[in-house]
Design a protein around this ligand. Structure first.
Ligand code: PEP
Ligand code: MG
Length: 586
């Protein structure tokens, strides 16, 4: 049966593929692809886990006290029976063999399939056996986590070409933790759908950085879409069409081809300098998450990295953080890959919707009743871990000996944070000097992401060499809207006059102080805002590499003198969105 689900459009384009459901489980489940050579050992892991659980259950049964009710023993028998049923273990094996899922993922995918079958049963007694099945699977997942070969971080990223010849796959999940998204970065999926999330949640940001169509906040999607359903993801309109009719499918395939042609056309601008009609040179930089992304940045024609989100190096490590040398190697790799172009490395921004471990936003909300976006994140977290912070600063400084590095500090709001940060940097430099390690006196910048920072900019500018406006958080904190919460996503408004006033004020004051200013939030990569930002005086934009060509096209067609006139009137407007849309159209 064909049906549609509506959500928020977060990453443009059309994806067509078979649904892969990532089940939400009470046990933390790693999802990654294994390569062909690991299929046998993954099946062996599954077998070992099953045997371990069978042993556990048999022991429990043997040790039941004599006075225990008979039902308990019968229940353990049911669990043992479910454990050995081919519908569970046999079918799970199939997911590993055919889809190359890791054992945990295969098991939770099969649980999803069976749970639906139980839900549809007429007989109430049988329907209730679903809970037993869930308990058995949970035991197996725990056994897998404690058994051999459970190391997740070492899992190789398997690329799409390894699946050549199979149907394209799209991922459907209640939520995907940013850390899990990293494992999908190899390009296995052609699109994503999640039930929760906002336009600038980090899961959406990673989807955009992968340049694949995505819809988030699609509420019930993961409940009503089934494994292997055919799905169209319309990332431009926030629409998910499940099991489309042949006519609809053809229409979307046509749109896909058109988009591909447009992309090819834009990619020809790669080596064209970004200069406006009136001769203003505009700096288009890239946002990256991992050193490997530097090549995509160069290919897209970026003239440097404006934001390296270093926290992605800290994720998926089971709580163990990367040491100084490991970080240094990662930063050096990015710096060397950029071939002398500047690389702006942001110190770790852990917290809010970017937990260290593979935790989804939903789980976060349950685990921490308080709002994590207002808690210990970014520079607050770094300053609370001084040893870790200095270690990162040393690693970044050491990388500066290999190219042009700039240091960026996230989410500063207090002058005390500025001073503590600069003290930590001075100590890190001293430690390197004492150890005889080379480094360069890097430029230090602040991210302007909290209204407090924008409002006291003249003071901050005395301490920093440059600023970078993080509009994603600036909008979140100005409007008091959790950027990851789909239920208030309609109020997350980049056109809000208060947001525009803070952005314009920051660009103007930085310019007056002679300090470099860029925008590295999603606004910089959205063509709807290019003329407006140019009109505010912005000359440096940092965005996902995939967006550079589209922004360059707008820059090439812009005349900054006209942009100023329009921006001035827009900043005075009661409803800037209304005028802004006309500005884009005109
Ligand atoms: C921002 O807040 O705009 C930003 C670029 O940082 P992040 O999206 O990583 O929070
Ligand atoms: Mg931010």
């Amino acid at each position: 049966m064909s049906f549609q689900v509506i959500g928020l459009p977060v990453s443009r384009g059309v994806a067509i593929g078979r649904a892969v459901l990532v089940a939400s489980s009470r046990v933390d489940v790693a999802h990654y692809f294994i390569d062909e050579s690991r299929v046998e050992s993954e099946i062996a892991r599954l077998r070992l886990a099953r045997d371990a659980v069978a042993g556990e259950l048999s022991l429990l049964k043997r040790d039941l006290p004599a006075e225990a009710p008979a039902e308990l023993s019968a229940l353990l028998d049911v669990h043992l029976m479910l454990l050995h049923d081919d519908a569970l273990t046999g079918a799970t094996k199939q997911w590993i063999v055919e889809r190359h899922y890791n054992a945990e993922w295969a098991l939770s995918a099969q649980l999803e399939v069976l749970a639906r079958q139980f839900d549809e049963m007429e007989d109430e007694y049988l329907r209730e056996r679903k809970a037993d099945l869930e308990q058995v699977v949970e035991r197996m997942l725990r056994a897998l986590a404690h058994g051999p070969g459970a190391s997740f971080a070492a899992a190789p990223a398997v690329r799409a070409r390894d699946f050549a010849g199979e149907d394209p796959l799209v991922l459907v999940a209640n939520d995907i933790a940013p850390a899990d998204m990293l494992h999908f970065k190899g390009g296995v999926f052609t699109g994503f759908v999640t039930d929760v999330g906002g336009r600038t949640s980090h899961t959406a940001i990673v989807a955009r950085s992968m340049d694949i169509p995505a819809v988030v906040g699609a509420r019930e999607a993961s409940r009503i879409i089934r494994q292997d359903d055919w799905v169209i993801i319309d990332g431009d309109n926030g629409l998910v069409i499940v099991n489309p009719s042949p006519i609809v499918l053809e229409e979307y395939r046509f749109r896909q081809r058109q988009a591909e042609l447009e992309r090819e056309r834009l990619s020809r601008l790669r080596h064209t300098p970004a200069v406006t009609l009136d001769g203003e040179r505009i700096e288009l930089l890239a946002n990256i998450e991992l050193p490997e992304d530097a090549s995509a940045a160069l290919e897209a024609g970026a003239v440097g990295v404006g934001l390296f989100r270093s926290e992605f190096l800290f994720m998926n490590r089971g709580g163990e953080l990367p040491g100084e040398d490991e970080q240094f190697e990662a930063y050096r790799a990015a710096v060397e890959a950029m071939n002398g172009l500047p690389v702006t490395i942001r110190t770790v921004d852990i917290g809010a919707d970017k937990p260290l471990d593979r935790m989804s936003v939903n789980e976060l909300r349950h685990e921490h009743a308080l709002n994590p976006a207002l808690g210990l994140r970014a520079i607050r977290w770094s300053l609370s871990e001084p040893g870790m912070f200095r270690q990162q600063l040393r690693a970044i400084l050491r990388a500066s000996a290999y190219g042009k590095v700039r240091l960026l500090i996230p989410m500063v709001a207090h002058l005390s944070e500025v001073k503590l940060t600069l003290d930590a940097l001075a100590r890190a430099k001293q430690q390197l000097t004492d150890a005889g390690r080379p480094y360069v006196d890097v430029e230090v910048g602040a991210m302007i992401e909290v209204p407090a920072a924008a409002l006291m900019l003249p003071v901050f500018l005395r301490y920093f060499d440059f600023v970078s406006i993080g509009t994603n958080d600036l909008i979140q904190y100005t409007l008091a809207i959790d950027r990851a919460d789909e239920s208030v996503a309609h109020l997350y408004d980049p056109w809000h006059p208060a947001v525009l006033a803070l952005v314009a004020g920051t660009i103007r004051q930085a310019g007056e102080a002679g300090k470099h200013v860029s925008v590295c939030g999603e606004m910089a990569g959205d063509p709807a805002f290019t003329e407006l930002l140019l009109g505010m005086g912005l000359r440096s934009f940092s965005m996902h590499p995939a967006q550079i060509a589209a922004i360059k096209q707008r820059v090439l067609r812009a005349d900054t003198r006209r942009c100023v006139v329009r921006a001035t009137s827009l900043l005075e407007a009661e409803d800037p969105r209304d005028q802004g849309v006309r500005l884009v159209a005109g």
